[in-house]
Design a binder for this molecule. Structure first.
Ligand SMILES: Nc1nc2c(ncn2[C@@H]2O[C@H](COP(=O)(O)OP(=O)(O)OP(=O)(O)O)[C@@H](O)[C@H]2O)c(=O)[nH]1
Length: 242
């Protein structure tokens, strides 16, 4: 793990309150929690890729440090929030997990536009999930913002003995697309998971104009708004449970 990346714990209560309370205040006041410092801005990241490659597992490993062996397939979209600190900024990440099944493409495509970062996942043990990458790239070309950062991820690295896609193949694919990064991960073994998201966020903020990272962003697409920002024509995302 690269220690430049410092994941902020969402400090609900910030130390339990008792250490910050005046002794003369009543029980009600002693219980009052210190509000966490608000995030400086918000970023949306979307995870795409074929069915069963581990999109939900990567998201849940990153946000909750959990792994589900037998997850249900995502229907439409799901999301999770995580706040991180990078380059002295507190960033609220809204991570959108999309269904890999083709029949949901018309729903999931609506979430591409607002994403500043896109994680494209394949399964290193399944050839067809790698072959599908061209299709996902077409979706990106059609629906995503041109300046979105792209990261290709070969997941299920713990299944090395079943590997059919070499690391070089993944690297080669990514090298053909301008600015696309590549890495392999295991949501199961928690390998490279934080790195995927934090590197992507670091890339995004390093390319943002300084004034956007420095001051209030009330008029920008990155401004803090009530969550989630569901495209207006869509129903709210399904809250998935394993
Ligand atoms: N061995 C191994 N299994 C994994 C890993 N990541 C996910 N899985 C398993 O792969 C299956 C599918 O994982 P999901 O996270 O639901 O995949 P998904 O891409 O979100 O699937 P859809 O929602 O159908 O698009 C589950 O049984 C997971 O437990 C991994 O890193 N290693």
């Amino acid at each position: 793990m690269d220690h430049r990346y410092d994941i902020a714990r969402r400090a609900a209560g910030g130390g339990g309150g008792s250490g910050n309370s005046s002794p003369g205040l009543g029980a009600q006041s002693r219980r009052r929690k210190v509000p966490p410092r608000p995030a400086d801005f918000k970023l949306q990241i979307i995870i795409i890729g074929a069915r069963g490659v581990g999109k939900t597992s990567l998201m849940e490993r990153f946000t909750d440090d959990t792994f589900c062996e037998a997850c249900k397939s995502t229907v439409g979209v799901d999301f999770k929030i995580k706040t991180v600190e990078l380059r002295g900024k507190k960033i609220r990440l809204q991570i959108w997990d999309t269904a890999g099944q083709e029949r949901f493409n018309s729903i999931t495509s609506a979430y591409y536009r607002g994403a500043k970062g896109i994680v494209i996942v394949y399964d290193i043990t399944k050839q067809e999930t790698f072959d599908d990458l061209a299709k996902w790239m077409k979706m990106i070309d059609k629906y995503a913002s041109e300046d979105a950062e792209l990261l290709l991820v070969g997941n299920k690295l713990d299944c090395e003995s079943d590997r059919v896609i070499s690391k070089q193949q993944g690297e080669r694919f990514a090298s053909r697309i301008s600015g696309m990064r590549f890495c392999e991960s295991s949501a199961k073994d928690n390998f490279n998971v934080d790195e995927i998201f934090l590197k992507l966020v670091d890339d995004i903020i390093s390319k943002m104009p300084l004034e956007m990272t420095n001051k209030e962003l009330s008029n920008s697409v990155l401004s803090l708004q009530p969550e989630p920002d569901v495209p207006p024509e869509l129903p709210p995302p399904r809250m998935r449970c394993c």
